[in-house]
Design a protein around this ligand. Sequence first.
Ligand SMILES: *Cc1c(COP(=O)(O)O)cnc(C)c1O
Length: 475
Amino acid sequence: MVLKQPRHNGRGSRDLEANPIFSREPVRVPRYALPAREMDPRTAYQMVHDELMLDGNARLNLATFVTTWAEPEARRLMAECAAKNMIDKDEYPQTAELELRCVHMLARLWHAPDPRRTVGCSTTGSSEAAMLGGLALKRRWRHRRRTQGRPADRPNLVMGANVQICWEKFADYFEVEPRYVPLEGDRYHLGADEAVALCDENTIGVVAVLGSTFDGSYEPVAELTARLDELQERTGLDVPVHVDGASGAMIAPFLDPELEWDFRLPRVASINTSGHKYGLVMPGVGWAVWRDAEALPDDLVFDVTYLGGQVPTFALNFSRPGAQVVAQYYNFLRLGFEGYRRVQQTCRDVATRLAGRIADLGPFELVSDGGQAPVFAFRVREEVGGFTVFDVSAALRERGWLVPAYTFPPNRTDLAVLRIVVRNGFGHDLADLLLDDLRRAMPRLRRQPRPCRSAEDAAAFAHGAGTRRPRRGGR
Ligand SMILES: *Cc1c(COP(=O)(O)O)cnc(C)c1O
């Protein structure tokens, strides 16, 4: 985080010691200031490499949704494309072509009515894709209001209190009032009726999440669009839906083909996904796809030069690495539909089996079972007084596992859970090792007279789930 201050004021801080390990010049380099002159590349490499040893082991990080394993061929292609800039359509027309193919593959996968007329783009991740999806909703709403001669200065966006932090950012940065549907009882995400009740003439859209970051559950997209259809019949209000399928949009097409959550529902205007989550690409790439050209207002689209012509672009960034887009295309080619289905099915099998075993241990109760996105959350039973989810998270961390613990958003801030995200590369064997370590920790936790750790001690690695903390100003 760039806002963090150096531990000491830059000048007084200890320098980095190059010697005696390397026995090379320079002897020391400043920690927080640009070194005055060059050094041997081997020394620089080794200093950076050594410092990074302290980072966690990505494969044991069960907090992140982001891909931590890729085939050597994918890595090789990424290295070969390291210099390619996505925006230089003129210089790298084939990279641009591969991006286009990916967009159309996704449009078909998500049942766009006319995939050739679908528009979309790659992004740095779902967060950028969410900004673009939200901006398109806002701009469409504004055009509609102006055409009607009505005020267009108080837009709002309806979503569950469980949305990923990117939607709070969108609302804050682009000045849209966020309207959160609170969780109630064992409804851990958006409710269709509750969402519709918050809609009015200033609602630019409703966000539905396929694969909630808090528990992996799918929000009821089809029920939501049906309730919004009724709202339109009753009141004339025509409220579009954006599906945040950061994880679920790359799971449901393969494992839940009957589930209608995508462009089969006419009210779904746009969908985003993270190519670097269940798209199986190393970070960072995301995708945003609009149902058709009407869903993405022209005036948001800028032109860049392309082979002497102009090509439309919609993005927040200008320069952006092309390697991840190439790796996405590689994965699509390499795995095909059946390959993705097998990878995702294995993740779901590992998640549901591990969830079941954890439930069998006794002190835990499942909040979700990994049967939607391969992600599940579990709590410590109420009658257990001696330890909390935060103690469990700390105990697992002693063995290198990162399993985040956090409390749910309103109105379930009373509910504290642990969450496990199962990704490609976390197979049954690793799951068994985790289970063994959890089992081994139980006697000690059971002997505790009272909890040692609370939400305040929890490490900040809940990945977009977890408590909202506006740093300045707040809401
Ligand atoms: C991860 C996630 C995001 C943010 O995606 P990035 O690709 O990390 O920017 C948004 N929404 C949901 C539901 C997510 O799981």
